[in-house]
Design a protein around this ligand. Structure first.
Ligand SMILES: [Zn+2]
Length: 316
């Protein structure tokens, strides 16, 4: 997830002015305990292993254009191949060039395709960015929550769809260069590799692996109300919350353009974005695998699968 520099500046200035450092400390004693689901539609250990691997130092923080990013793509494509996910339009990789803050980059999206059983024309594009901040001042930004957690969820979905083929066509997109301004997602939409009128829906994951109150947010249902029944009808494990909000209609920070769902929304394509509120390790070298909360993360992924099961029954 990306917060604008302007907002960070406002927060920084506010922090400077309010002089209440005790409020900035994290209270770990109030952690809410969440029960697991009775059954999961994916291998829960494999899910954690994906995040552990992709956020290990060997992947060097997955910065766009680096060896770590290339290694990440190889990992995702290898998983897709094992799970019968096909390349979209003949290739898993979609390359693009762009400039960010005066520097030229080469980005590469990973695009997998799962054919729907009902020969429906509309596709559900499921996305999670795989890039992160790389190495800065000799520190590796491993980005376990941001966003190895989202990529792990996409692989778990591929596993689910292998056993339970979707009715709609599904594109599994691992976007590059989100951290540099959602570049991979914008390129995907603008490239028309999939015509806009064939995209029925975007489901985006960005940071779903930890929250001290066991709260996962879903953004978009207050803007695209036709999606609400897919969310409201699921039953959640005790202590785990799926909250609707942050869509610019409440008094919370708006997340409508904060991640890769933004280019879809701007084209009028309905979206649901799943993510947690920022934590103390957000965009820091301490966003590590050890901080992921296994039960919360597994519950997030299963909750997302439950919502997607409902969405796949709908028509767009
Ligand atoms: Zn992110």
């Amino acid at each position: 997830m990306k917060i604008t520099i302007k907002l960070l500046l406002v927060v920084f200035l506010f922090t400077l002015s309010c002089k209440k450092p005790q409020e900035a400390t994290v209270n770990t004693t109030t952690s809410v305990v969440s029960k697991p689901y009775k059954n999961y539609d994916f291998n829960t250990n494999a899910l954690l292993q994906h995040v552990k691997t992709l956020s290990s130092n060997a992947y060097e923080g997955r910065r766009t254009g680096t060896r770590g990013a290339e290694k990440t793509r190889d990992y995702i494509i290898n998983q897709f191949n094992q799970l019968n996910v096909k390349p979209l339009n003949g290739s898993f990789e979609q390359s693009f060039s762009f400039k960010a803050w005066g520097k030229a980059y080469e980005g590469v999206n990973v695009l997998g395709f799962i054919k729907g059983t009902d020969s429906l024309k509309k596709h559900i594009v499921i996305s999670a960015h795989y890039d992160h901040e790389g190495i800065k001042k000799d520190k590796i930004y491993n980005g376990a929550d941001d966003n190895a957690s989202g990529v792990g969820a996409s692989i778990a979905l591929a596993e689910y769809f292998k056993q339970n083929p979707p009715k709609h066509n599904v594109v599994l997109a691992a976007f590059d260069a989100e951290e540099l301004g959602l570049k991979g997602a914008y390129h995907f939409v603008d490239s028309k590799i999939l015509p806009i009128n064939q995209i029925g829906l975007n489901i985006n994951f960005d940071m779903i692996g930890r929250n001290k109150n066991n709260e996962l947010y879903v953004v978009g249902a207050n803007l695209y109300e036709q999606l609400k029944p897919a969310i409201n009808s699921i039953s959640l494990p005790e202590g785990f919350s799926l909250l609707s909000g942050h869509d610019g209609l409440d008094n919370k920070e708006g997340w409508v353009t904060s991640s890769d769902h933004a280019p879809f929304h701007k084209k009028g394509i309905p979206f649901l974005y799943f993510g947690v509120e920022d934590h103390e390790d957000y965009h820091k070298p301490t966003d590590d695998f050890e901080k992921i909360k296994p039960v919360f993360y597994q519950n997030s992924v299963q909750t997302i699968i439950e919502v997607i099961k409902n969405l796949d029954e709908m028509s767009f």
